[in-house]
Design a protein around this ligand. Structure first.
Ligand code: ZN
Length: 290
């Protein structure tokens, strides 16, 4: 493909992300309330006037209206353009990483996009209300194994699963990779929560986090989920430390950090898997010495 073609397709992917981001905003606000995400059309939360299409263009409308409703001049939350822009960036970065760098399949790209959309909605609801809706986690937990059967390129099928690959049952290997991912990662953070409760004598981890981690393991496999598990606390510290120093005491939810870490691991998939393999080999050789 020519360079112009490549640039054009990436612009298109980014634009598609902006539009989907606009829909994710609707999900973030309506799912926790138990409202339909398809109807009715968007309204201003304050004056209830319907938002016409030209005031609903992702990011641009917000900038053009300077963050205020056209009718009642009430401030519009900056979350709207942030989610739209973020989704656009996620679509673009994944496109480059999955399809251009590591020559993955379109099918894998599509499912990873759905996975990231679940992470975005879950994270922003978690930031607002300190819950991760079951609608998000259960959808992910059901969808991940289905995606693994439909799209064998989703998981790294080397190692012990290669037995099934060699015997021509790639889909079994892929399904197992997803199920093991759900169990290992959900279990890991569940144990962490139990341990935290014993030490700190309060709930360190919500069950929403356990389910979210299960979704991450289901889509990314256990190796990338373990990598996510180790990277997430660093993101937590990065945001948490300044708040701790400024004595802004209220709790920050953990879901967004898990999601961010999962996305970074997905972007640098091959590198993350190699790193986990490297440490795994060290541990295994220590056990062999004993
Ligand atoms: Zn208004």
């Amino acid at each position: 493909m020519s360079i112009q073609g490549l640039i054009l397709i990436q612009l298109w992917v980014f634009g598609l992300g902006l539009v989907i981001g606009s829909f994710l905003n609707v999900c973030i606000h309506r799912i926790p309330e138990g409202l339909s995400i398809v109807r009715p059309a968007s309204k201003c939360a304050y004056c209830s006037k319907r938002i016409v299409w030209y005031d609903n263009i992702p990011v641009l409308s917000y900038l053009f209206l300077r963050g205020k409703c056209r009718h009642c001049q009430h401030k519009i939350s900056a979350q709207y353009p942030i989610v739209e822009f973020l989704t656009g960036i996620v679509f673009l970065l994944l496109f480059r990483s999955v399809l251009m760098v590591s020559s993955g399949t379109t099918c894998a790209y599509a499912f990873f996009i759905i996975f990231c959309c679940l992470l975005i909605v879950g994270s922003f609801v978690d930031l607002r209300l300190h819950i991760i809706p079951n609608e998000i986690t259960y959808t992910g937990l059901i969808l991940a194994p289905i995606a693994s059967i439909l799209c064998v390129g989703l998981h790294d099928l080397s190692g012990s699963l290669s037995f099934y690959v060699d015997s021509g049952n790639q889909w079994i290997a892929s399904l197992l990779a997803s199920l093991i991912g759900i169990l290992v990662s959900g279990g890991l953070i569940f144990l962490c929560g139990v341990f935290g409760k014993l030490v700190f004598r309060r709930d360190a981890m919500g069950f929403g986090d356990v389910k979210l981690m299960g979704v991450i393991g289901g889509f990314l496999g256990w190796k990338l989920a373990v990598a996510t598990f180790f990277i997430a606390p660093f993101f937590g510290l990065l945001f948490g430390l300044p708040r701790l120093i400024l004595k802004k005491g209220n709790m920050i939810p953990y879901g967004p950090f898990l999601s961010l870490a999962a996305f970074v691991c997905l972007l640098f998939k091959d590198f993350s898997i190699k790193t986990i393999d490297y440490y795994l080999n060290i541990y295994l050789s220590i056990f062999q010495l004993l």
